[in-house]
Each structure stands twice: as structure tokens, then as C-alpha cells.
Design a protein around this ligand. Sequence first.
Ligand code: ZN
Length: 566
Amino acid sequence: MKLENMFKKTRLSSSRKNYISLKEAKPEVPQGLLRKCNRCGQAIITEDVKAGGYICPKCGGYFRVHAYRRIEMVADEGTFEEWDKGLTTRNPLDYKGYEEKLEALKEKTGLEEAVITGKARIDGTDAVIAVCDGRFLMASMGEVVGEKIARAVERATEVKLPVIIFACSGGARMQEGITSLMQMAKTSAALKRHSDAGHLYISVLTDPTTGGVTASFAMLGDIILAEPGALIGFAGPRVIEQTIGQKLPKGFQRSEFLLAHGFIDGIIERPKLKGTLSRILKLHAGCGKTAAGIPEKDIIPEQYNKVASAWDRVEISRMKDRPVGEDYIHAMFTDFIEFHGDRCFADDKAIIGGVGRFGGRPVTVIAQAKGTNTKENIERNFGMPSPDGYRKALRLMKQAEKFRRPVICFVDTPGAFCGLEAEERGQGEAIARCIYEMSALKVPVLSVIIGEGGSGGALAMATSDEVWMLENSVYSILSPEGFASILWKDSTRAKEAAEVMKLTAGDLLEAGIVERIIKEPGHYTIQNLEEVASKLKKYMEGFLGTYGQMSEEELTEHRYKRFRRM
Ligand SMILES: [Zn+2]
């Protein structure tokens, strides 16, 4: 019960409040020298707004950005090459007045249609980009929008380039009827081919992204970013309010809401957008192989078991000041970008996942995270992941497979979260799916147990090519308390249970359950983490060198046999 409450608290606190969420539809950038901001009502100088990335200097509100301006903001100067300019609709429904309306809009905006596509360089990396422009019929998706996006994606597949689409749309274009609906299928199908060919697609959601566009290309990114406060949803707020006859809560369908519910990877403030896109693009550029070689072993089991009792190790593994998952991420990887969400229900903070560099090469890093202080402990649910956490982990592992990146997992959990909500959302299924998919992942997977390796909740992130343990970490079927309670109906006999459970690194190395033990300093804290981290790095280089040279078949066969003999 207590844990459930903590969980609820975590869920509530995970909705980010530090971004400005705009209640009303955002205004066009004011013309002329001095205008009033529609959000805060203050007088602002148009030039300042333009220079500041179209953000109100007074209230921080985001103005909508025209497509060509957006391209200028993210592309290296003079590198944008526009494609398929001048495509115009056939007016498939012969809808009265539609052509006239389009002509008037072309005149007014200087645009031919609601999306601009082409190729550009971003901090030196080539990418295909498409940018929707809300001035043109609210960037609704008619046949031309669909066609231009599909063509751009097809060309990206052909020339092996990543795609970035800046979405903003009122949805399908009613004036084009069913033809408009078909654009959802057309753009999605083109993106599927691009993805199957192993290329990266980054979707950037801007205000507003709604309707058929969210139900197609906008939500299909390998990585989905959003601008702060953007309205993002399938059915617009007005439609929902009319349907259910209720007022929607504040912040509903805004970027922050989507992040909390697991649908986007991150919210990026406009001044940081180009830099973030550039980092992500670079992390997805081809990765080299390191040399093979397995370094010597650190500890042999015979010495090991004399040093401390199993129960001592259980206690050490749970120490409050012991380094946790997030510490290893910071200590061992550079350029780490955290990605969020299971694309289904939530972003579970008990698991941190993302992409970083290990010795220059991109790797996917997933860590069970306990937090470093009481507030974080609660936020991260004491390292007990929910189904959403395992689904996020699996999503990131599958992504690693697509981009041929090795996966490094840090395991540290008392066990998967036991609670009503976890059961409702299929805790068992989520763990099972993780184990199932991990067992056949076509890239090298290494798991390091850094603290508690509790039960299926740990195995879900340890169905790997090799599992390593820190000297005082433990790995077991369940906690000694639970073991004593189930077998002896007496949880106070935990200490005794620990001794018979064979849960220490020494026992598990001997049993062939793990491959390597990493020695720890006497009192192991963040202060002397570097000692362990530098050793881990050395061994990991060896691991990546060896497994990185194996073919997909060899890798999965090796992993299959590893568990088959157990
Ligand atoms: Zn303002």
C-alpha cells in the first residue's frame, strides 16, 4: 500500500512543470516594428522576437515558426536544397472554391503548399528535412503534403540519409476527402521502408500537431522530440470536450503531458534544438569496431568467499551511499542523451535509457536507477521498475538493434514493482517480452549487476551475452527475506537464507551464471567509483571487441547456448 502511494506520487511528480504551457493557440509573429504578444499582452519589438528564435522576450512563449525560417534555424547556412517545389493538388473532390482558396493562400504566404522538403546539412551532417508550415491551411495533410513527404523519405532511403520532419498540422485536409486520409498510409509506408533499411528518423513535434498527422508520420520517429508547450493529440481538445461534455485539465495534450505519458523522448527548448539534432545525428553515424581481446579475470572464487559472508554482501549491496545506475552512466559514457517513454503509457523513472559514446563508439545504455537521495529514491520508485520501464528498455534495445549498437545494461533492483497498477498493465508480460526479445537481439548485450539483482526484474535486463557482477552485488531468485518467508514462513531468518541461496558473485561465477567479478574498494561510494569504472571500461573494451566481431548468427547462437546450458 505504501509503495503504491509512492508510485502514485512518482507518477504525479513526473509531469514537468518548468516549461511554459500556452493555453491559447499561438499567434503569428507580429509584423511591423512593435507589436503586442498575444500571450502576455506586452509590447515586444519584432526584431527581438526574430533574433531570439521566435520566443517572446517578455513571457518566454513560443511563436509558431514559418517553414523557411525553421530551416534557417537548424540548417548550416546555404546548405538547404529544396525538393519538389511547385507540386500542386488536383483538387480530388472538385471541391468548390478550393482552388481559389489555395491561390489566395499562395499569394499571401509565398508558399506553394503546406510542407517544404529537401536536403540540408546540420552541423556538418547531411539529412533530409521536411517542415510543415501552419500558415497554409493549418498545414493540413492533403495529397501534396503526403506526396512531398513520401518522396523525401523515399529519396532519403535511396541516398541513405536520416530524415527529420518538423510536424505541425491541424490534421487531414477535409477539402480532399478520402485522398487526404490515404496520405497517412502513404507517408507511414515510406517511413517503414526507410526504417527497415536501417536509417534514422527524428520527428520534431511543434505547436499544434493533431489529427491524422499524429496518427501517422509524426508519432513514428525512432526519436520523437517536442517543443515546450506544444499541443499534440489525435482529437483536438474542442472535439473531446464536446464529446465527453467535460472541461479538460490544464496542460492536457501539451508536450509535458506527452512526456509524462511516455509518448515522446524529450522536450527541447528552441535554442538547443539544432545542437540536439546534431548530437543525435552524429550518434547515429556509422560505428567502428574495436580490437578483440579478453582481459584477465579480476577475482577467483576461492579467495572471494573468505572475505565476507553472503549476508554481509546483501547488506553492502543495499548501502545508501553505494553508487547507482546513473553514477555509472556519468562516469563511463560521454555525450549521453537520455530518451524517454514506452510509447504506450508512461515514462518510468526507475529505468534510465539512452545513447552515449563508449570510447568514441555509440552504445545504447540502460540502467535501473534508484536515485541518489530520498527525493530521487521516491521518484525512481527505489529502483523497482513498472511494466512501462521494461517496455521502454525493450524499445531502446530494439532501436539499438536497428542501428547496430551494442547494449550495456546496469542492473540494480530489489525486484520489479509489485502493485495494482503494475499488474493492470501487465508486469509479467512486460518482463517476459524483454527476456524473449533480448535472447535474440542481434547486437552484443552486456549486463553488469552493480547492486541488487532481484528476481525476474533483474533478469529482464540480464538476458545477455555476458553478465558481470561487482564484488559485493547479489543476484537471486528473490530477496533473502522473501525466500525465508516462503520456505520457512519466517522472514526474520533472512541472514540464514542468504547463506544457502548462493547469491554472491563468487557463488554465481562458480555456477557459471555470471562471467566476471569486478573488485570493489573497501567502502565503495561515489568517491572511489572511478576505481571500479576504469576497470569496467577496460573489460568492456575487451567485451565489445570480442562480441563486436561476431556475426548476428554467432551472437544469437552464443546467447542461446549460454542459457540453454543452465
Ligand atoms: Zn509574451
